[in-house]
Design a protein around this ligand. Structure first.
Ligand code: ZN
Length: 150
């Protein structure tokens, strides 16, 4: 059995209180908004692409500790990666959170993201943890060419 305290590990609390890469990204070439009506979490993800590389990523919005910590951890994990690397991290993260790991699951690409593993024991919080990720995914899927938001 898992209790709620186990969900809020130190790293999660730290990322909630001091989110990394938080705020608007002035140089963004793409952005998307995400909303989780079950909890009220809102997030906007901003990415500056340079060719196929995520040169910079930031997020803004408001939400519960899990949604904010997950978005913060995501920006650290994705920053500097290529689009295909970002897709791989997304897939592994989703598999971890939804307990749908297949034979290609590779926890090595997750790093610090593994602190969110216990979220999979709390179905009501899974959407909180995946909100920023689905927002990222929709940017990656849309942004096959570099789009200017100006
Ligand atoms: Zn939430």
């Amino acid at each position: 059995m898992y209790n709620i305290e186990e969900l809020y590990q130190e790293i999660i609390i730290d990322h909630n209180q001091k989110p990394r890469n938080f705020g608007k990204l002035a140089t963004a070439t793409a952005s998307e908004e995400g909303y989780n009506p079950l909890c009220g979490d809102q997030v906007t993800v901003y990415i500056e692409f340079e060719d196929k590389v995520i040169k910079a990523i930031k997020f803004s919005g408001s939400g519960c500790a899990i949604s904010k910590a997950s978005a913060s951890l995501m920006t650290e994990s994705i920053n500097g990666k290529t689009k295909s690397q970002a897709h791989i991290i997304f897939n592994n993260f989703r598999q971890m959170i939804t307990k749908t790991a297949d034979k290609n699951f590779d926890s090595n690409v997750l790093g610090d993201l593994e602190v969110l593993k216990n979220v999979s024991e709390f179905p009501a919080r899974i959407k909180c943890a995946t909100l920023a990720w689905h927002t990222l995914k929709s940017i990656l899927d849309k942004n096959n060419t570099v789009i200017s938001t100006k």
